[in-house]
Ligand binder design. Sequence first.
Ligand SMILES: Cc1ncc(COP(=O)(O)O)c(C=O)c1O
Length: 417
Amino acid sequence: MFGHKFKEEQFSFGKNVVQVNNGSFGSVPTTVLQKYKEAIDLDHEFSDRYLLYKLPGTLKEATAQVAEFVNSDVNNIVFTMNATTSVNTVLRSYPFVKGDKIAMFDITYGACANTVKFLSKRQGIEVVTVELKLPLEDDEIVEKFEATLKEEKPKLALFDVIVSMPGIRLPFERLIEVCRKHNVLSLVDGAHAIGILPLDLKKWKPDFFLSNLHKWLYVPKGCSFLYVDPKHHRNIHTFPVSHSYLDDEEVLSEELEKTRLVDRFAFYGTFSYAGIDCIPAALEFRRTVCGGEEKINDYCFKLAKDAANHIAKQWNTSILENAKGTLSTTMSNVEVPVNDQLLQFLKKDKKNIVKLRKTVDPLMLKEHNTLLPSIFHNGKLWVRFSAQIYNELSDYEYASGLFLKLLEENEAHILSL
Ligand SMILES: Cc1ncc(COP(=O)(O)O)c(C=O)c1O
């Protein structure tokens, strides 16, 4: 059912585009894109009517549907523009005091890691970094994390559900438990989560959890949900702080306390709500056209794995995977065969991968209608495959063959940079 024919029928990619990098910016089915354009038109026909009259109903419906999808109380779910904003909303609201520590892995998404670094400069937060040299077993990741929490006693730990680069899943459910056990706040960055894994916030009870709906759920940009445990509703403020601001200490009636968080986030500065407006349409597409979450995920998980096996075999290299096979999801990572000279160059300075990407990526994008993101991790060069319902094995053959060809053709140039 899925694959290239489905792509032709249901998506609106440009001519000859071979999208194997859904993980970066997501993909939107044509019917949902249509709904997005209608929402933009409706907004611009008469913004006062759209934003003041229609928006409250749109938000209520979208919140209810997302809350049900992730098993949360509706009053704990709000929307922001993207995962970076959701992370900033928490980190820049929480009343940290000088000397508080924040723990994170060294492979934490760069933008969010920078937010922590910013806090360290501005507020005297101490950053505690846990190094991961992958592949590792889940037990090893949990042990390293727990040892750091025991030793450093951070106030909060920031960790990803699925790390961006390399694209690997962390045992985040267990990391949340470890945080609870050691009285550390959990800020779970599930930028890649909704649309890949079934989410159960009532069961996991993190302090904070966020996910991008515009990555894997087929919602147009920019749309992230942020879950905040009720015990933190008073401390979390919109980013930017806006009209709806209420001081942490301000007490509301029992009834208004329940909706304290969602009321604050109902409107906090003018932006386009067209993405949020499309949430019901995206969920409907998943249910009706795709046949539900299991069908989507079965296809994408299998394809990511098959593609990685296939290309690693062709290249005679390895897959970034552990013995239990828990690291790969709808994204997988394959080692690129490189000669010793290039390997030494990449080892010498961690900025050298940027030189490689600045050479290869534009060629792939401009001349060949595809992109394979690459990363240097634990002494090896890897490419990340994203699998979506419109992909087939031949897409990965095309993109990886091209990547290797461009790398070989441009190696002398890369080494000279
Ligand atoms: C783990 C992780 N966190 C945060 C982000 C940032 O997402 P956005 O650009 O939508 O803010 C990404 C994007 O790839 C990500 O992979």
